[in-house]
Write a protein that binds this ligand. Structure first.
Ligand code: BGC
Length: 354
């Protein structure tokens, strides 16, 4: 009798294990995010997880501390665990060719999240905000704030760009320069450092400290004799934080030495506070809830064996093919509209912005 009971127990345990395994195999989605050090990716990850779970999926959410090898290992684990779909915000867009080949061999679909994955035919979809438009809005903001259309100028500007291993960085830069370059060509905008080429102004890893160091150098070399700095093109908020710190250390932020126009992107909390305090002029708002829900729709379509919703089949060539994309519309926030955009929409509580 005792033997029979233990045998039954073993069978029941084995069956429930098999059941568990099968269940998670059937609906497990892998979500690979680059880092927890920037607020936006924490929000992206949390939104993806909660929205997928609300639709009944299991989620393996991983952050890779901005380390490419860690991200590759995490993706390999997701493949071993038999995730059905991988949603990947890559660290180095060109470093995933091998691991995506493994995913394809295991019949796992791949969605590139926010950043395009390069050099692989195994990227099924791409969901992002319109990255060229992001840069264009930043350029237009500077154009408007300095009154470039009306005023004679010349105005002094310094230009920053994002990480060269992130395809988005080129789109942001191209978008902004599509507005600013004609003014540079006509002499209305002057770049005293002459650092206009992308490579001379790119900040590897989107690192705040590196942006701060570059701004320190620019101030010392080109602005210490009292030359006015009118604007700084910063492609995102992590760079803007470094730039603002550098400017503050150099005594900017007074009536004699006001802050230049400074752009940004992501509406991270410290940057919204900087906008309220008059240190940063604007930040692009990319509502991570919108992007996450778009990607959840893609996952659902893939799981049903259907085509996922897309609205762009021309823009994003990853070196091997054009990846079918869904582009969300970015908008900008500044001190005038942040309440409506960020607080009234429930993105932040007013109390978080103090
Ligand atoms: C994202 C930006 C972000 C940057 C740094 C880019 O790929 O599109 O929103 O600020 O990476 O993390």
């Amino acid at each position: 009798m005792k033997k029979l009971i233990s045998l039954l127990l073993v069978v029941v345990l084995a069956l429930s294990f098999a059941g568990c395994g099968k269940k998670s195999d059937d609906n497990l989605i892998g979500v690979a995010m680059p880092t927890q050090s920037l607020q936006r990716w924490n929000q992206d990850g949390a939104n993806m997880k909660s929205q997928l779970e609300a639709k009944g999926y299991k989620v393996d959410l991983q952050y890779a501390n901005n380390d490419v090898n860690t991200q590759i290992q995490q993706l390999e684990n997701m493949i071993t665990k038999k995730c059905k779909v991988l949603v990947i915000a890559s660290i180095d867009g060109s470093a995933l060719t091998e691991v995506l080949r493994k995913a394809a061999e295991n019949d796992i679909k791949v969605i590139a999240y926010d950043r395009l994955i390069m050099n692989s035919e195994h990227v099924d979809y791409y969901a992002t905000f319109d990255n060229f438009r992001v840069g264009q809005i930043q350029g237009e903001y500077i154009e408007e704030a300095l009154g470039l259309k009306e005023n004679a100028g010349p105005f002094n500007i310094e230009l920053f760009a994002g990480s060269p291993d992130d395809n988005n960085a080129y789109f942001f830069s191209d978008g902004a320069m599509s507005v600013l370059q004609p003014y540079i060509d006509s002499g209305k905008l002057v770049v005293p450092s002459k650092q206009i080429e992308f490579t001379t102004r790119a900040i590897h890893g989107w690192d705040s400290a590196n942006a701060q160091a570059r701004m320190d150098n620019l101030i010392t070399a080109y602005y210490s004799s009292g030359r006015k700095l009118d604007a700084v093109l910063s492609p995102n908020d992590s760079l803007a934080i470094g730039i603002i710190t550098s400017l503050k250390n150099a005594g900017y932020g007074t009536a004699d030495k006001p802050f230049p126009v400074i752009t940004g992107q992501d509406c991270d909390k410290p940057n919204v506070i900087a906008m309220i305090n008059g240190e940063q002029s604007m930040s692009i708002f990319k509502d991570t809830r919108t992007l996450a829900s778009q990607v959840v729709d893609m996952v659902e379509a893939i799981m049903k064996g259907e085509e996922a919703p897309i609205n762009d089949t021309e823009t994003y060539h990853n070196g091997v093919k054009i990846v079918p994309s869904f582009l969300c519309e970015p908008v900008y926030a500044d001190a005038n509209n942040y309440k409506e955009l960020l607080v009234d929409s429930g993105y932040y509580k007013e109390s978080e912005l103090q």
